[in-house]
Ligand binder design. Structure first.
Ligand code: PDD
Length: 280
């Protein structure tokens, strides 16, 4: 497998990262994930804007963000993935600082890593829906930053997988924020609800696309918190993300949602999403 590391294309096993990299010591870095449809990066500008925002919020200085389109296409070619679609993982840490000390220096050179992978077939999950579990949101209060410091998310996702669920959905003070790697939506009487943008959630690009598609198709969206104690009052649920796309939720822990089949509005939004990605 060929990856991109600090301005070079290298076989994965030739990548050397210092143990003094602040990413290793302090999870002092950010990441981004985007994918292609029909060979073209999907909403690339929005992903780059979000990456820029995350870097700025952590005061990491790195500007060559537009290059990632070219780099990822090169990697897809070198790894013989093309013409299939692929996802791209970008990680930028603040860089190496010796000796270890908590406060960062301003002149560090960021460590940059990019890898590409084939998109896994998710057709069964899109068709049948998935189980989720609910977990208390113990993450920090800057979830708007796509920091690599996501241990509470990886622990919650592992707990979900161990319970045969696809995703763990977080709640804070009875309010649902988002999933460990997805945004969360609910539907009641054909109105779609999702948490408002704030420091408690990541501004998901798929979330943004869903809201746009709903507006175009006259489906009302209310950006307000879905409350855990009111979950039973909703008709449908779905989660969104770059590789998750629009995945129906048919089970919340041990409770079956509705009749256990993906809901009508969820199906409609899946259809609009598919038509949209096929049209660009
Ligand atoms: N996850 N919320 C969180 C906490 C996320 O990590 C993600 C993305 C999303 C959905 O964002 P988008 O629609 O832009 O993919 C919401 C990526 C894919 C990941 O961690 O792999």
């Amino acid at each position: 497998m060929i990856v991109y590391f600090n301005e070079k294309y290298l076989p994965l096993d030739e990548v050397k990262i210092s143990p003094y990299d602040r990413g290793f010591h302090y999870a002092d870095g950010v990441y981004e994930v985007f994918r292609t449809y029909h060979g073209k990066p999907f909403r690339f500008a929005s992903h780059i804007k979000r990456l820029k925002y995350s870097l700025n919020e952590l005061n990491i200085c790195f500007n060559d963000l537009k290059e990632f389109e070219f780099i990822s296409l090169n990697l897809a070619e070198m790894n013989k993935i093309l013409p299939e679609d692929f996802s791209v993982y970008i990680q930028i840490t603040r860089g190496v600082q010796f000796p270890r000390k908590h406060n960062y220096e301003n002149n560090l050179t960021p460590t940059v890593f990019v890898s590409v992978s084939k998109i896994k077939d998710n057709s069964e999950q899109l068709d049948k829906g998935v189980k989720i579990i609910l977990e208390e949101d113990i993450r920090w209060t800057r979830c708007d930053v796509k920091s690599v410091s996501i241990l509470p998310s990886t622990l919650a996702k592992t707990k979900a997988v161990n319970q045969n669920a696809y995703e763990a959905i977080f709640h804070r003070d009875n309010k649902i924020t988002e999933g460990s790697h997805t945004n969360f939506f609910a539907v009641k009487d054909s109105v779609v609800y999702t948490a408002p943008l704030s420091n408690f959630i990541l501004e998901g690009i798929t979330r943004e696309v869903v809201i746009e598609l709903c507006a175009e198709n006259k489906i009302k969206v209310i950006e307000d918190y879905i409350r855990v104690d009111q979950l039973k009052g909703f008709d449908e649920f779905f989660i969104t993300g770059t590789t998750t796309e629009i995945t129906p939720v048919i089970r919340i822990a041990d409770s079956i949602v509705g009749n256990g089949l993906p809901g009508k509005v969820t199906r409609l939004i899946q259809k609009y999403f598919r038509e949209y990605v096929n049209s660009i």
